[in-house]
Design a protein around this ligand. Structure first.
Ligand code: PEP
Ligand code: CO
Length: 449
């Protein structure tokens, strides 16, 4: 690892999952424009998030991360963003109630536009075209024009990310009151759940708490609390991320001001690779996905490169093993990091190790597999004296049919009704809220009740 870091030092390293543009001059022109723009988030917000993630690492807060696998430009619409924010806030309230800890909300939103792919190309009926790499790069339709990487999309992505976060900030600043009042939530699915009484009890208890506070203080809850919300995305497209880096006045070092929390994906976490090189020099708190092929010594080495100062909050390790691998793979990794003296924020992504394709060719996940991986994650951390500091979901606030199971018993045959994702399947509104009830039960430590 070279000692001298600059926002462009990653260019000397091997970069996987990068895009070939046919017009490099146009690419440079676009990147130059982005560099010159006012950016999307601020350094003080980034520092606040790092401090809060440090508290999550020590078990004093709980991180809730969620949003689309891949945000579409077309979904930069009020009703879509509104629904996503609402479900994250509702889940957050349920988790606060369950864990008695403050929740950190980080959306996979306002910039989650670039996707890693297992193959650079896709072949259909003898025709081979570049793979769809997310709206930041190209379009999903299978034509040469749609699949050609277009630098103008980098600019479009920057603008859409800024618009999305601007809208979120407006929603949070007012007019979002019903979220704090569970009597206004759609809870009809609860009647179909395994233990509806226990879910109803949580809802009554939150309602009671909110009413009590409002009565005591003579104000509406939304006037009293300032809901903080942060953004994150996979920092995959390094040229785009670099263009959003700045050294703000009165601060030391470089911040990626495109989002608060960028993370390195499972496919780009090579120790000697370009992504690790880029991320190591950022002042943002950063995440790394950790899949089942990770070895303990490699993970410790990654910690020493990405978090040389052992700063709680700096590094979030997002494990995504799959329900059948987590029990084998996770304990040695957590023990190794603990033994080596790092306090990282451990977060469980129970989505990406549990994807399968139905006999009808639809990519999906089972609600029960997702829950089973989460349950095991809590147990593994407890058993080795660590703490699970958060969860990471692919979800949406809308009524899509992408994940099998949940209280309504979504079946594989139901999936085609409203399957919208171009990439990975997401929990829908009801499945997300149900998942929050089940995690909250676990956080309360009465998983068997
Ligand atoms: C993702 O988060 O959408 C993703 C591609 O995950 P991973 O890097 O863990 O495979
Ligand atoms: Co995904």
């Amino acid at each position: 690892m070279s000692a001298a870091w600059t926002p462009g030092s990653w260019r000397a390293k091997a970069a996987t999952q990068q895009v070939e543009y046919s017009d490099p001059e146009e690419l440079q022109r676009v990147l130059g424009r982005i560099s010159g723009y006012l950016k999307i988030v601020t350094s003080w917000e980034i520092e606040r998030l790092e401090q809060q993630l440090g508290e999550a690492a020590r078990g004093e807060r709980f991180l809730l991360q969620g949003g689309d696998c891949s945000e579409r430009f077309a979904d930069c619409q009020p009703h879509v963003i509104d629904a996503k924010l609402k479900i994250l806030l509702m889940m957050g309230m349920v988790l606060v109630h369950g864990g008695n800890k403050r929740v950190i909300r980080v959306g996979r939103i306002a910039g989650q536009y670039a996707k890693p792919r297992s193959s650079d190309t896709e072949t259909r009926d003898g025709v081979t075209l570049p793979s769809y790499r997310g709206d930041l790069v190209n379009r999903p339709a299978f034509t040469a024009a749609d699949r050609a990487p277009d630098p103008a999309r980098l600019l479009e992505g920057f603008h859409r990310a800024a618009m999305t976060l601007n809208f979120i900030r407006s929603l949070l600043a007012g007019g979002f009151g019903s979220v704090h009042h569970p009597e206004a939530w759609d809870l009809s699915f609860v009647e179909h759940a395994d233990r509806p009484e226990s879910h109803r009890e949580v809802v009554r208890s939150i309602e009671g708490g909110v009413r009590f506070l409002e009565t005591m203080l003579g104000r509406q809850l939304e006037e009293l609390i300032n809901v903080e919300f942060f953004t994150g995305h996979e920092g995959l497209h390094l040229a785009w991320e670099q263009a959003m880096c700045e050294r703000p006045p009165l601060r030391d070092g470089w911040y990626d001001l495109g989002s608060h929390f960028p993370w390195i994906g499972e496919r780009t976490r090579q120790l000697d690779g370009a992504h690790v090189e880029f991320f190591r020099g950022l002042r943002n708190p950063i995440g790394v996905k950790v899949g089942p092929s990770m070895e303990p010594a490699e993970l410790v080495e990654l910690c020493s490169v990405l978090d040389p100062d052992h700063k709680p909050g700096r590094l979030t390790l997002i494990h995504r093993m799959g329900r059948d691998r987590i029990g084998d793979r996770l304990p040695a990794l957590v023990e190794a990091v603990l033994r080596a003296g790092w306090t990282v924020t451990w977060c469980c992504d129970p989505m990406h190790g549990n994807t399968y394709t139905t006999s009808g060719g639809i990519k999906t996940r089972r609600f029960d597999d997702i829950l089973a991986e989460l349950e095991q994650a809590f147990s593994v951390h407890e058993a080795v004296g660590s703490v699970l500091g958060g969860v990471h979901f692919e979800l949406t606030g809308q009524d899509v049919t992408e994940v099998v199971g949940g209280a309504r018993g979504m079946s594989e045959a139901d999936l085609s009704r409203a399957y919208e994702s171009d990439v990975d399947p997401r929990l829908n509104y009801e499945q997300s809220l149900e998942m929050a009830f089940l995690i909250a039960r676990r956080l309360r430590g009465n998983g068997g009740r």
